[in-house]
Unconditional design. Structure first.
Length: 253
């Protein structure tokens, strides 16, 4: 069954090898322990991809559930689990249809996964799904690419990645509506016969102003603790490429 990002999943780890998962997990851990008011340690890694962050959070003693809707991504996450022996539970779910058997004390969603949603209505749906599947006092932390990054950094640029197992041409096309970036990934893999095979993936990302996100989170019922620049606790500025929201499910009044 193909559920999306199947071609991308084959090369995802190689293309994101610059991500310091260990450092980022420590950052999320610090924020969770600082702001979480629920008593449990169940953590949901939403849009977990190939499981790299899930495993790091598991090493920090969380009871981790990794959810993704891509079978290809989850297959690679399971391969890592077999190698590491870490007790991460993986489930195949679209974040817009999230339904856990219990409730999470912390939810993280990283590496611009929220930008991949098709519309702002989908973003709103995910906020409600996360809220409904969290313990009161639980913390939700997610990052998003900013409109600045989409306009000024990704834009209409082309990037080339030449890694061990594949040659990748990454081509962006920018649209002003919702600061949309359409991404075409062409992969060229060298076979044993010396010939290259070509495959491609098309991805669309949308970026939204932080004020719009903040307002919708409050409408959902979250207490917004902060919106930070990249992986810091500093205020967002006009050239921030990534924003990190930290919110908490409020006590029922």
């Amino acid at each position: 069954m193909s559920t999306g990002y199947e071609t991308f999943s084959q090369y995802y780890d190689g293309l994101t090898e610059n991500v310091d998962y260990k450092s980022r997990s420590q950052y999320f851990h610090k924020l969770i322990q600082k702001h979480k008011k629920s008593s449990g340690e169940v953590l949901l890694d939403l849009a977990c991809g190939t499981g790299s962050m899930s495993e790091e959070m598991c090493r920090l003693s969380y009871d981790v559930i990794g959810a993704d809707y891509s079978c290809g991504m989850l297959n690679r996450a399971m391969d890592k689990k077999l190698e590491s022996g870490l007790p991460v539970q993986y489930i195949c779910q679209d974040m817009r249809e999230l339904e856990l058997y219990g409730a999470a004390d912390a939810v993280i969603c990283t590496l611009d996964s929220m930008n991949h949603l098709s519309s702002f209505e989908d973003v709103k749906t995910v906020f409600h799904k996360v809220y409904d599947n969290m313990e009161t006092g639980g913390v939700f932390i997610f990052d998003m690419n900013t409109p600045y990054k989409h306009r000024e950094i990704l834009g209409d640029n082309v990037y080339i990645y030449d890694i061990d197992d594949v040659y990748c041409v990454w081509e962006n096309s920018f649209e002003a509506i919702d600061n949309t970036v359409n991404i075409r990934l062409d992969f060229f893999e060298l076979g044993e016969d010396g010939k290259y095979s070509r495959s491609c993936e098309e991805i669309t990302e949308h970026a939204y102003e932080p004020e719009l996100i903040w307002k919708e989170l409050e409408k959902t019922g979250f207490e917004v603790i902060g919106c930070y620049h990249a992986d810091t606790e500093e205020k967002l500025h006009d050239k921030s490429e990534r924003m990190v929201f930290v919110v908490r499910k409020q006590e029922v009044k």
